[in-house]
Design a protein around this ligand. Structure first.
Ligand SMILES: Cc1cc2nc3c(=O)[nH]c(=O)nc-3n(C[C@H](O)[C@H](O)[C@H](O)COP(=O)(O)O)c2cc1C
Length: 334
């Protein structure tokens, strides 16, 4: 592993070598992937909702402790707007705490009580928000750090229309954040890490770019397709229903787009198209990437082949170094 170019408040908070977080990935953030992130000097987060039942999650957390070789790893707790969908969140927190997990990424609606519960157990929490307003609210609620994600984000970037760099620059220029601020959405190259740091951020959060790592457990046919994707390969859908979802441009995404454009007023209009188990079984397990809502952002365009995660991270750091050298050279006096 190459040396970290700089320590930041984020690396101190999460005890990582690099100021890079791998955000939670539904169905995909398992022990193997999170363990690889941790061993590569970053922080990753297991997604409890990907596992059915307490014992499956418990086994995965145990497995992750083995994969991380004793290093700390994290758990993602995503809160839905529908309270009934959050029944599993507190039990997942309790189970994670019982397994010694102390690092959490929260995302979604009204995280205040969750942040308090994490703190009461001695944990550290970064809350992921898709607007400045929600990021400031999370800081006020006591989050130890905030991840601000722009509309480029793969998955659910919220109703926000603003890109990551603009939001980050606004947030930092206004000086309203006293906790570490991390930028996410569309990050897939080391030069963007330098750019984020130049704005005053403490690190970056990555999802889509890491999908091309060997340790992500998806069917090889899907990864082969991802390696051929470019920056135009994703679509932002369901904005009109207030539940924006950025996904791979495939047959399902085009069908959803057509139904949405025809004026769909509720989820029933989409039938089974939005069922995320189609992604899990049809694509991730069986390799049919043409069907299913497959969370993905345009930073997939930076990946052209399947690589070990540690190699991708090393490349990001080398790219960051090269961007810094370029800056040094271009600002040196003649
Ligand atoms: C396949 C996939 C699944 C995701 N699942 C979740 C999730 O369950 N919970 C969550 O908070 N974020 C989820 N995200 C968002 C990521 O954690 C991260 O914020 C995002 O990928 C960063 O943007 P990027 O994809 O442009 O790098 C997902 C993203 C992807 C690509």
């Amino acid at each position: 592993m190459t040396q970290a170019p700089w320590p930041t408040r984020l690396t101190r908070l999460f005890g990582t070598a690099y100021p890079i977080l791998g955000g939670g990935l539904m169905w995909l953030s398992d022990a193997r992937y999170v363990g690889a992130l941790t061993r590569a000097g970053c922080m990753g987060f297991i997604t409890p909702r990907s596992f059915t039942g307490t014992s499956a999650l418990s086994e995965e957390l145990q497995r992750c402790s083995e994969h991380t070789q004793g290093r700390p790893f994290g758990v993602n707790l995503t809160l839905s707007a529908r309270p009934e969908a959050n029944a599993g969140v507190r039990p997942a927190l309790d189970l994670a705490l019982a397994h010694g997990v102390r690092h959490f990424e929260t995302a979604g609606y009204a995280p205040d009580a969750l942040i308090q519960a994490i703190h009461a157990s001695g944990g550290v929490v970064i809350h992921k928000a898709s607007s400045l307003r929600h990021a400031l609210a999370a800081q006020a609620a006591g989050a130890d750090a905030v991840a601000l994600v722009g509309m480029e984000e793969g998955g659910h970037p919220g109703a926000n229309e603003l890109p990551t760099m603009l939001m980050g620059a606004l947030a930092l220029a206004r000086g309203q954040f006293h906790v570490p601020l991390v930028l996410g959405g569309g990050i897939g190259h080391g030069s963007q890490l330098v750019a984020a740091m130049a704005l005053g951020a403490d690190g970056v959060l990555i999802g889509s770019r890491f999908l091309l790592s060997e340790e992500i457990s998806t069917h090889p046919a899907y990864k082969d397709h991802l390696a051929r994707c470019d920056e135009h390969s994703t679509m932002r859908l369901l904005h009109t229903l207030g539940n924006t979802w950025r996904v791979l441009r495939n047959d399902t995404a085009r069908d959803v787009d057509a139904i949405e454009r025809a004026g769909a007023a509720d989820y029933a209009a989409f039938g089974g198209l939005l069922d995320s188990r189609v992604a899990r079984d049809g694509c991730y397990r069986d390799g049919d990437w043409r069907r299913g809502m497959l969370s993905l952002g345009p930073s997939i365009g930076f990946g052209t082949r399947i690589q070990p995660l540690a190699e991708i991270v090393d490349e990001l750091i080398e790219q960051a170094r090269s961007a810094l050298s370029h800056l040094d050279a271009s600002t040196a006096s003649p």
